[in-house]
Ligand binder design. Structure first.
Ligand SMILES: Nc1nc2c(ncn2[C@@H]2O[C@H](COP(=O)(O)OP(=O)(O)OP(=O)(O)O)[C@@H](O)[C@H]2O)c(=O)[nH]1
Length: 409
């Protein structure tokens, strides 16, 4: 997950560190009793790039996205598992901290000979390189620009003295820059459900997006999660357009143990969702999760239909479901849906197969709406809550994530 992005960010921090060392005429100093850790910041990003090269070789030629999801994950998972195991063993063996892992305390460490004030020109070339690499990794242009600006704000004009830990300063600067991009105002779905429940109303959530992004499976995953938390859930088969969509939702509903309200294929989507809301009201059900047909923004009829759904059913939340593997396209789609029906939040799917991380980094900032959850696999439990701190920890290798190769659908 996000391997490429991780590699680029670590490389940038490492290069800036070297620039500062050079400017401050750093000298190597021996630290007593400390063994040199196997992983340094430099080695870590080298290893990330190596891993990505291998993955690239394995994944070529390009296969259709859903096929990538189905066929490539096991290999990735094995690699990632190996990586996690290695780091865990290493951490346990040496009882080393996060910063130790990046080589921030090492047997031979570099110490500045003189104080350094970081100037824009000192780091400009490194940031230009990062800019190009992020654009290649499908990070949206405005996000790339903001990130570079954030890193400059963190570092330019900063005085670094020989007593300072240069690597820690640069890592933290890049981290803060990323965190600032990822921090959108949060939505607490459970709070909304509790508030509505207290008022005797169900919470209505409508899911929108283009075809095949994982809407239906995401609805089932959220139903599973909410059920586990003790809420009652009913699904609305609002995708009355695609053949087989109602049956697909029914199968998921059966698997997770919730009821589906449906009409026939071709029926009015708004009417189905309206009925599901009435059903929930009559039976005191807490949450209505409404599927809708996948549609492109260019399909005016279907875009008018989704506007009608929102007008008629007045949902508490409209959630856009986007496929992380489509990178910038997911950002454009979210923009289109936001213009049409004003989305409240985003769920990104297939993040388990996403090395680039472009959509995950860009989509919230570009649309100004929060990412609520990430889909990370093909089990009902593979839906994790998104949180900026969590993502930063993943990106800087402080916390690893193990995917499952199991498939429940
Ligand atoms: N690896 C992985 N695959 C996923 C994830 N979420 C969904 N998928 C897969 O993506 C494919 C499409 O999912 P669906 O839920 O059918 O997509 P949809 O958006 O409902 O499709 P339409 O009904 O055409 O709009 C399925 O093969 C899912 O198993 C995820 O988080 N990770």
């Amino acid at each position: 997950m996000f391997g490429k992005l991780k590699e680029k960010l670590l490389k940038t921090a490492s290069k800036i560190t070297e620039k500062i060392y050079n400017k401050g005429e750093a000298e190597e100093v021996k630290e007593e009793k400390k063994e040199k850790p196997k992983i340094s910041l430099t080695n870590l990003f080298r290893r990330e790039s190596k891993k990505e090269e291998i993955k690239k070789e394995k994944t070529e030629p390009e296969i259709k996205k859903t096929e990538i999801v189905k066929t490539e994950i096991p290999k990735k998972v094995e690699e990632d598992k190996e990586e996690v195991k290695e780091i865990k063993e290493e951490t346990e063996k040496k009882k080393i901290s996060f910063f130790d892992r990046f080589g921030l305390t090492r047997a031979i460490k570099k110490v500045l000979k003189k104080e350094v004030v970081i100037l824009e020109e000192d780091i400009e070339d490194v940031l230009e390189e990062l800019e190009i690499e992020l654009l290649e990794a499908d990070v949206a242009l405005e996000v790339v620009e903001k990130l570079i600006e954030n890193i400059k704000n963190e570092l330019v004009g900063r005085k670094i003295s020989p007593n300072d830990n240069v690597e820690e300063i640069t890592i933290n600067a890049v981290k803060n820059a990323i965190k600032n991009i990822l921090s959108q105002e949060k939505i607490d779905i459970e709070e909304i459900i509790k508030k509505n429940k207290a008022e005797g109303k169900p919470t209505v959530i409508v899911f929108v997006g283009i075809n095949g992004t994982g809407k239906t499976t995401t609805i089932a995953k959220l139903a599973y999660k909410l059920k586990q938390k003790g809420y009652s859930v009913v699904l609305a088969a609002g995708d009355t357009f695609r053949a087989g969509a109602i049956e697909q939702l029914e199968q998921h509903a059966k698997n997770v143990g919730v009821k589906v309200i449906k009409h026939k294929q071709g029926a009015d989507s708004a009417a189905v969702i309206y009925d599901a809301i009435q059903h929930a009201k009559a039976r005191g059900i807490d949450v209505v999760l409404a599927d809708t047909a996948g549609r492109q923004a260019t399909n005016t009829n279907l875009m008018e239909e989704i506007k009608k759904v929102v007008r008629v059913t007045k949902p508490d939340l409209v959630i856009f479901v986007g496929d992380a593997l489509t990178g910038n396209d997911a950002v454009y789609q979210a923009e289109e849906f936001n213009n049409a029906v004003n989305i409240d939040g985003i769920i990104l799917t297939k993040v388990d197969a996403d090395a680039k991380g472009g959509a995950a980094l860009s989509i919230g900032y570009a649309i100004g709406k929060p990412i609520l959850y990430l889909g990370v696999g093909q089990r009902y439990s593979d839906l994790i809550e998104f949180d900026a701190d969590w993502m930063v920890r993943k990106l800087f290798g402080e916390e690893e994530f193990e995917f499952s190769t199991e498939r429940e659908f």
